[in-house]
Design a protein around this ligand. Structure first.
Ligand code: UDP
Length: 384
């Protein structure tokens, strides 16, 4: 691979890298090389058709596109149509199934009541008053301040401990802010204005983003493979783990990874919903994905269904990182790496791994569009 004279290199073919490559190729009209160490594009939103069941499988767990950001929604819609899918999740606690996130149906089933919204609000207010504390900084205090201890212990505590292998008091509150709490029967997992699934899947959408004559994609190539040969004039957009880039010189950032155990069941429908969470700590998986439900309009027939049992795991260097663990210790280490990164003006770090942020797909794209705007302004090119 000849890298001489190449102005733009993108490391990682996930959404952050694909967005930057696409913008550089189309708007700046410049050649760009995308390297990806895995054997596929799309990062952790990669999907493919399972050969046995012919069901589209999200290889790294269910990904739903949802956003409040108009520019992101308009951008992704130039590469794919989106279905009208709305994500609905249930959770199993002590042998009973409840809607998740917590809504009026969850509250009424849990308390065996028939509350109206204002009565449920009054109950939650009574429960939250039992717990003191004005300064809500951690995950446990935050959710207890919204729903009280009994609902926290039933639906959040065990799941969170399995997911993060940490005491919820050691985790930041923003993790739980991802879930709405509702005293009505709205059962949507997300509040965002725009939601759906790319009609032909994420891999097809991202492949479309990368299919420009100015873009060359090389799979199975890591940054280390080319680092020595990169021209000093190249701009590098790096979406691998930031600590790995610096060879862990200042320490190792903590990640969580996931293991998926796939199974095919001989039923047309096994669990009746796309994702069923398991709230209790005595069951070691956190959720079961049934991919068939993600594309109901495909009308998939047949008596088989593909499932994935999700097991959160401690991260080791051979794994794919999924979640940054944003404790205060990791945040402090991150800021030292960020200071080092700021001394390398040719490099921009981004995406979930490069920024060590718990970014959703839309925020990842938005961040890449922001990086591109800065690049474009500095290159003096008008937007086409
Ligand atoms: N969570 C929980 N119970 C649930 C679902 C989520 O306690 O049934 C908590 C858990 O701490 C999790 C966080 O909410 O890490 C965010 O959940 P989300 O579904 O957004 O996580 P992701 O899909 O990114 O894994």
């Amino acid at each position: 691979m000849d890298l001489s004279g190449l102005k733009y290199i993108v490391v990682g073919a996930g959404l952050w890298g694909a967005t930057l490559a696409e913008r550089i190729a189309v708007v700046l009209g410049e050649p760009v090389l995308v390297i990806e160490r895995r054997d596929h594009i799309g990062g952790n939103c990669f999907d493919k058709i399972d050969s046995e069941t012919e069901i589209e499988c999200h290889v790294y767990g269910t990904h739903i596109f949802h956003t409040k950001l108009r520019r992101v929604w308009e951008y992704v819609n130039t590469f794919s149509s989106f279905t009208s899918y709305r994500h609905r999740v249930f959770t199993l606690h002590q042998g009973h199934v409840y809607p998740m996130p917590i809504n009026l149906a969850t509250i009424n089933s849990f308390y065996r009541m028939n509350f109206r919204p204002f009565e449920a609000s009054a109950l939650l207010a009574k429960e939250t008053r039992k717990e003191s504390g004005d300064c809500v900084t951690n995950l446990e205090d935050k959710i207890i301040s919204l729903v009280g201890r009994p609902l926290y212990e039933a639906f959040i505590k065990g799941y969170t401990q399995k997911q993060w292998q940490k005491n919820p008091r050691a985790l930041p509150a923003f993790i739980i802010n991802r879930l709405p709490v509702r005293t009505n029967y709205n059962a949507d997992y997300f509040d965002d204005q725009w939601q759906g699934m790319p009609e032909d899947g994420y891999a097809a959408m991202i492949s479309h983003m990368l299919s420009h004559p100015n873009i060359t994609v090389r799979l199975g190539v890591s940054f280390q493979d080319i680092a020595e040969r990169i021209s000093p004039d190249s701009r590098v957009f790096y979406s691998g783990p930031i600590d790995e880039f610096f060879n862990y010189a200042l320490g190792v950032l903590e990640w969580r990874t996931l293991r998926f155990a796939y199974t095919v069941e001989n039923y047309p429908d096994f669990q009746g919903c796309p994702v069923l969470n398991y709230a209790d700590s005595d069951i070691s998986f956190t959720r079961v994905h049934e991919f068939k439900h993600l594309y109901p309009e495909r009308g998939i027939q047949g008596n088989k269904t593909l499932l994935a049992y999700e097991y959160p795991q401690a991260f080791s260097p051979d794994d794919e990182p999924f979640y940054p663990v944003n404790t205060s210790e990791n945040q402090s280490l991150l800021s030292v790496y960020e200071e080092k990164a700021a001394c390398l003006p040719r490099f921009v770090f981004g995406g979930r791994l490069g920024s060590y942020k718990y970014l959703d797909m839309d925020r990842t794209i938005d961040a890449a569009l922001g990086v591109f705007d800065t690049l474009k302004n500095s290159s003096g090119i008008k937007y086409r």
